[in-house]
Structure formats: C-alpha cells, structure tokens
Design a protein around this ligand. Structure first.
Ligand SMILES: Cc1cc2nc3c(=O)[nH]c(=O)nc-3n(C[C@H](O)[C@H](O)[C@H](O)COP(=O)(O)OP(=O)(O)OC[C@H]3O[C@@H](n4cnc5c(N)ncnc54)[C@H](O)[C@@H]3O)c2cc1C
Length: 434
C-alpha cells in the first residue's frame, strides 16, 4: 500500500477541473487480492473506488471523499486466448488496445472501440459498458462479454457465465455488473467473444454546409437500408477545432461532417462504400474517401484538438432518438451561446449519441460554473427529447442526481434497492451512479 498521489485521483474530467482525494492506493496483483482488499474495506468501513485506465469522462474513477483507490493495472494477464474458438479470457487490467491487437493478429475482431484504447482497460470498459464508433453495427462492450469474475461484498470472488455463448440460468447478474461503474462489484476478469475480422474497411466522408443538411444525409443512409459499420458526425464547431488536420482537407463553407465506414470482404466493402458515397453525395459540398488509418487516427485526435483550444473541455454524452439529432445538435450550440461558452459537438450519429462539449479554461472558475449550468440544460434537453443523459460515459459523479429525473421515483427505488443488496454498507464507489 502507498499514499494516494495526484495521478490516481483524476480521470479525463480533470480538464474540467475535477480532482478527488484519497487516503490509500492499492495495486493488487491477483483477483484473490482484490477480494481481500474489499474484505478489509468491509471490516473497517473504508470506502473504495475501483480504477481502470482513468480515461472516464464522468468522474467515475475519481474518489470524491477519501478512502482507498483500488487500481486494477497489475491484473494484466491474458489467461487464455483461443483464436480457433473465437474467445479470450483476460484480466480486468488488460488494455483495450492489447485485446484489439491480439485478435487482429489471428484474423479476428474485438469490436468495441472506445477512443482511448491504449489507456483504457477491459475492466473499465465493462464497468462503463463502453461504446465507440463501431458500436453502430457491432454493439457496445456488454454484447462481447460472455462471462465475468468479480469481487463482491463482503469480500468474495464470484463467477457468472464463462467461455459459453448462451446462458439463461438465474437472473442476468452479468448484465447488472456490466455498466454498474464499480458500484456493485469489482470486475477482476472477463471472457470475451471475438469474431472473424472483416477483410476490408473503407470510410466515406460527406461534408455539408450545415447541421440540417448533414442530418438529412444521415437519415437518408438509414432509410436506404445500407448498414455501415460506423456512422459518425462532427458539427461546425468541432470542424473549426479539428478540420485543419482532416486528411484530404475540408472544403470552404463546410459546417458539418458525416463519416461512414463500409466493411466486409474486399468486394462487399468496396460496393457498400460506393453506395454510401452516392447516398451521402446528395446535397453535399464534397464526398471523400480517405485512407482508413489516416481517417481514424485523425478522428481519435478530435477530442484533443478541441481541448487544445483553451486547455479544457466539459463534455457530456447525451443520447436522443435519431430523428431528434439535428434538434439536439442545434440546441447544444444554443445552450452554449446562452451561457457564453464556446461550444461544439461530435459523436456516434447512428446511435443518436451527441458528445456535447463546452470548451473551457480549467483555471477559470466562473467559466466552469457556466459549463456546469449548461450541462444541466443538456441533460434536461435529452430527457425532453425522449433520450438519455448518458449513452456511454455513465452517470459517475458529474451527472449525480439526474437518474430520478430521467426514470421517475419507482424505477430509481428499485435501482437503489439493488445497490443495497450488492453493497449493504455503501462502500463501493460511493456517490456514483446515483
Ligand atoms: C480521448 C477519449 C475518447 C473516448 N472515446 C470513447 C468512446 O468512443 N466510447 C466510450 O464509451 N467511451 C469513450 N471514452 C471514455 C472512456 O475511455 C471509457 O469510458 C472507458 O471505458 C473507461 O475505461 P477506463 O479503464 O479508463 O476506466 P476508468 O476511467 O478508470 O473508470 C471508469 C469507471 O469504471 C469503474 N471501474 C474501472 N475498472 C473497474 C473494474 N475492474 N471493476 C469495476 N469497476 C471498474 C470506475 O470506478 C469508474 O466508475 C473516451 C475517453 C477519452 C479520453
């Protein structure tokens, strides 16, 4: 054990000024040690914050009121990898990017691709049920988890599921733990399902004058019956921050971008790319077909290009039904304007997932206050548009108190009762997912 120092009490919300406080840092090396630490916390009434790669955008891994940070970094073993059976059994601290490479080297694919994959851990992805651009076709992390090993109160290791593809025994505890943000148990290992990787993937990019034209193109793609692997967008503000580095260059007057990707066999992918280009071309200023590696490297840098404008950003990830997407993107800009904040959004358009960002100077307290007020309006907008306050980043610390407004009291009571069953002393990641 060691005293917790700064780096362990922050996550990706540090660029909006969120920093926690902890008394102890523990780095166990085995699942059994994780269970022992939890048992110790339960004996001594010490709150515990599980921590993966610290890339979360909701403050979930930030200890808000002291206690112990339990970092999973040293649970980094691949327990087994069986490419011929399309599966892997990995410990929670294995990096997402490592699983991607392992699968790819054997011609396989682990589809969940949240954007910070070299830092985030499989345990953190599971705890957040992370998505990413390719969730549009392939679904979010939970779809690729067939079994979990977890430490639960008061200090036991449990296994639910395993290297199996179907399982309807008992209530679906696996799905309850997935997305529970470290508030019900600590994931120590997971069995992951893999699939044969596509032979080829070709992106197509449409550039439009404004949000209305871009969202009309998105709806045409869906209506056409074509199934891209990814369907993303960037609004005008995001293009101002990141468009300069876009491979191929954005034409003058572009105020909205749609990124679609076609995958499959080389012939299928090329055919789908051409069909997507035709549908996206209607009303576009330009349609381009960048190299896949260049495009995705650039796309992963969008968040950093936005942060580099003023040193920080306050980002939310609300979700709306696809037919309300244009409204949500335009209202996001309007909310920012009302609070005198520079604003932009981008995100997983096909899933209606809007990454709405206020660009801030993290040292400017007044601006951070305005960003917090703007975020409250974003959540209210999502609920009013029949959406959700979070599509992939979770409730964490930053959205505390909002679940009740989205769900209503009875559903929230059930939510709290479940928490009490799993964590009767309320020591697992207190203050989060409430
Ligand atoms: C540049 C960038 C791009 C991103 N893009 C995406 C994206 O496209 N899609 C997306 O979904 N997210 C995205 N994210 C957010 C983030 O990467 C994901 O939420 C990721 O799943 C967090 O994993 P982590 O290991 O960093 O978890 P952490 O941030 O360490 O923790 C997240 C939560 O999980 C809990 N937790 C962590 N490990 C465990 C465990 N083993 N058991 C129980 N609870 C645990 C923590 O207590 C916390 O509540 C992005 C982040 C960045 C910085």
């Amino acid at each position: 054990m060691a005293p917790a120092d700064d780096v362990w009490v922050r996550d990706a919300t540090e660029t909006r000024g969120i920093v926690g406080r902890a008394d102890l840092l523990v780095l166990p090396t085995s699942a059994e040690q994780v269970a022992e630490v939890l048992a110790w916390c339960y004996r001594h009434d010490v709150p515990l914050t599980p921590r993966g790669g610290g890339t979360g955008f909701a403050g979930g891994a930030v200890p808000v009121d002291g206690g112990l940070v339990l970092a999973l970094d040293r649970l980094e073993r691949v327990r087994s990898f069986e490419p011929l059976l399309w599966r892997a059994h990995v410990e929670a601290g294995v990096r997402t990017g490592h699983v991607h490479r392992l699968a790819r080297e054997s011609g396989l694919l682990f589809p969940p691709d949240p954007g910070a994959s070299e830092q985030s851990q499989i345990g953190g992805n599971i705890a957040n049920n992370a998505g990413g651009p390719h969730a549009f076709k392939y679904g979010v992390t939970g779809r690729w988890v067939t079994g979990l090993e977890a430490a639960v109160a008061p200090g036991d290791l449990i296994t639910i599921g395993g290297p199996i593809r179907k399982d309807v025994a008992g209530y679906d505890l696996k799905s309850l733990l997935i997305g529970s943000e470290g508030t019900l148990g600590i994931v120590t290992a997971a069995w992951l399902r893999l699939i044969p990787g596509p032979e080829a993937a070709y992106p197509v990019v449409g550039l439009y004058r404004d949000t209305a034209a871009g969202c009309a193109a998105l709806e045409r793609v869906l209506g056409s019956g074509l199934v891209p692997a990814a369907l993303e967008y960037l609004d005008g503000g995001a293009l101002v921050a990141a468009g300069g580095a876009f491979p191929g260059g954005a034409p003058a007057g572009a105020g909205f971008m749609v990124v679609a990707e076609a995958d499959g066999t080389a012939d299928e992918a090329a055919g789908l790319r051409d069909e997507l280009a035709e549908v996206l071309g209607d009303g576009a200023l330009a349609v381009q077909a960048p190299e896949p590696a260049d495009l995705w490297r650039w796309r992963e840098g969008v968040a950093f290009a936005v942060i580099s404008q003023r040193g920080g950003k306050s980002g939310e990830d609300v979700v709306v039904p696809l037919d309300r997407l244009a409204e949500a993107i335009e209202e996001t800009v309007e909310i920012g304007r009302r609070h005198e904040l520079q604003t932009c959004s981008w995100g997983h358009a096909g899933d209606g997932n809007v990454h709405a960002n206020f660009i801030v100077d993290p040292r400017d307290e007044a601006e951070l206050d305005r960003a917090r007020a703007g975020a409250e309006e974003l959540f209210a907008m999502a609920i009013r548009l029949d959406g959700s306050i979070s599509g992939e980043h979770g409730i964490g610390w930053t959205k505390r108190g909002w679940l009740e407004r989205q769900w209503g009291p009875r559903a929230v009571t059930l939510h709290r009762e479940l928490k009490r069953v799993f964590d009767p002393k309320g020591l697992l990641n207190p203050g989060k997912k409430e």
